[in-house]
Design a protein around this ligand. Structure first.
Ligand code: TRP
Ligand code: MN
Length: 544
């Protein structure tokens, strides 16, 4: 086979490996088997990046100790009904097609390359999460449960939706930065959050059974045969949406929108005149006063870029491995180091964290900061095992444990987790996901989350950390800047009756802007309390 052809064929196989292994090139397959045998790996091992890896001389590969491999064992894989359709719709070479699309969109938008620009954030070393893990900061992570190509309240190419999300997110960040006096690492659940693991592969409605909705990158949310059929070309669309979202986010964040002089402008119209907005205005006044004071002291605020913009990072669940793999690049300055350019931070879901499965294996091989969701079924030894696999160098910031136990279990289960991690001397960033353990079905049949339980889980999370002497370092939220009614409660007491008109999520229920800001104030208080206990009072001097 001529070289060029061979390469195309191999590239093809990178993306479709997970789908159908039989397309693997014969020569490549022979090399793979040899390598697998030489390394003593199970016969069905597949390598994360066969093209690049197998171009390196064989002997050298064998020598490398930390060879990154993927065993294609996964509870979650997509059965594309027709691979030919995939070739037809997505082009002959999926990876190359994605790149040329990207070239086109680059030209259209006149912006620098998206994936490689993202590369910068993802390979930032040490990761900004590192300081947080060491107790000096807070990780604010949030966004839609699932972004959508078309639902306006979760549609990431709708500029207003992104702007509104960013407004609430910046408000939360500024509340935490000011009230808790901690630097906040801002990570959106955005620009790539398109794939969903589902409890049940099929959904039944009015006597009809169809595949479950698995996120816009796989199939459509409408309950029809057409929409629910997995469609490979959606990967390219997800890529385009992500690139456009990122582009817009950058324009907002670095174009002056995030300037601290604008703290008042971030308040959304529908939040005005709520208890939250009054609380926020007070804080905005104090910030303006503080800035005014510094200026009066002779500090030239104009010469401080840190006041005018901020760093905003992106993240999503690393679920659809073919997609993530196609976005993975080798760092040319550090050969052998791979970076997934689809986001800054990626996390492993609670359903895909099996030690010997593909998702853990893939994430182990990339250098991005990682999250690991820990639900109620997480066993302490499993968590320790995963920490060893995902962060063998015990590097602060590499791994964030995103604890999602639910308000009832967090008090019982979290202390044991923290103690085990401490005992082993591991450094992790502890983050609280108060959303996923508190999902219930309302009387009217909607999936919802009572705001009280969310608050309660956050409070218990911080209380446990205080008792254990560790840093409750972050929060992971499902939220939106739209005026939705999806979680019950909050200062404006959302009830079941509001769901009829204002329930828009394509997946899980999200906090609306008011609820999100209320939560930020609560967390700021809890963090302040944590700091107060940690800053030990001066020892009493006798006689005083
Ligand atoms: N650059 C600082 C930071 O990111 C201060 C800052 C500027 C900021 N704009 C912000 C903080 C918006 C929160 C929200 O922390
Ligand atoms: Mn969710």
């Amino acid at each position: 086979m001529r070289r060029r052809e061979a390469r195309t064929k191999i590239r093809d196989s990178v993306l479709v490996d997970e789908v159908r292994q039989s397309t693997v090139d014969v020569a490549l397959e022979r090399k793979r088997r040899k390598l697998v045998a030489a390394l003593g790996l199970p016969a069905n091992f597949r390598f994360v990046n066969p093209i690049r890896r197998l171009r390196t001389p064989f002997a050298e590969l064998v020598k490398r100790e930390r060879i990154q491999a993927v065993r294609f064992k996964t509870g979650i894989s997509v059965d594309y009904p027709d691979l030919v359709q995939m070739r037809h719709r997505a082009g002959k070479n999926v990876v190359v097609e994605t790149r040329s699309d990207h070239q086109q969109s680059k030209r259209r938008m006149g912006q620098p390359g998206h994936d490689f620009a993202l590369f910068g954030a993802a390979r930032q070393h040490p990761a900004p999460q590192g300081k947080v893990a060491m107790g000096e900061g807070f990780l604010l992570q949030g966004g839609d449960c699932a972004e959508s190509f078309s639902e306006p309240s979760a549609n990431n190419v709708s500029a207003n939706n992104i702007r509104d999300f960013l407004r609430v997110f910046l408000q939360m960040a500024v509340v935490l930065t000011y009230a808790a006096a901690l630097p906040v690492v801002k990570v959106g659940r955005i620009a790539g959050q398109f794939a969903k693991p589902r409890t049940s592969p099929m959904e039944k409605k009015d006597g009809k059974e169809l595949p479950s909705y698995r996120g816009d990158v796989i199939n459509g949310v409408e309950f029809t045969d057409d929409a629910r059929r997995p469609e490979p070309a959606r990967q390219i669309e997800a890529y385009r949406h992500s690139a456009a979202t990122l582009n817009l986010l950058r324009a907002f964040v670095h174009g002056g929108y995030a300037n601290l002089a604008n703290v008042r402008e971030w308040t959304l119209g529908f939040v005005k005149d709520s208890p939250q907005s009054h609380h926020y205005e007070e804080l905005a006044d104090r910030i303006s006063e503080a800035l005014g004071f510094m200026q009066a002291c002779g500090l030239d605020l104009e010469s401080h870029p840190e006041l005018k913009s901020t760093e905003f990072y992106t993240s999503h669940e690393a679920l659809l491995l073919g997609y993530e793999q196609a976005m993975t690049r080798e760092d040319s300055t550090r050969p052998g180091t791979f970076c997934c350019t689809s986001a800054h931070m990626l996390w492993i879901g609670d359903r895909t964290r099996q030690v010997d499965h593909a998702h853990v294996e893939f994430c182990r091989g990339i250098m991005n900061p990682l999250g690991l969701k820990c639900g109620p079924s997480s066993k302490v030894d499993e968590i320790l095992r995963l920490i060893d696999i995902l962060n063998p160098e015990n590097e602060p910031g590499r791994l964030t444990l995103i604890v999602r136990l639910g308000s009832e279990k967090v008090g019982d289960q979290l202390p044991a987790m923290i103690r085990a991690v401490k005992r082993e001397g591991k450094v992790v960033l502890w983050s609280c996901d108060p959303m996923h353990g508190n999902t219930i079905t309302s009387e009217t049949g909607y999936k919802t989350r009572p705001f009280d339980r969310i608050l309660s889980e956050v409070k218990t999370f911080f209380a446990v950390h205080r008792a254990e002497g560790t840093h409750g370092g972050g929060v992971h939220l499902e939220m939106t800047g739209q005026n939705v009614a999806e979680c019950t409660g909050g200062a404006r007491m959302i009830t079941d009756a509001d769901f009829k008109d204002r329930y828009h999520t394509v997946c899980d229920p999200r906090l609306n802007a008011e609820q999100a800001i209320e939560l930020a104030f609560l967390m700021a208080d809890l963090l302040k309390a944590e700091r107060a206990t940690r800053a030990k009072p001066l020892p009493a001097v006798s006689g005083l």
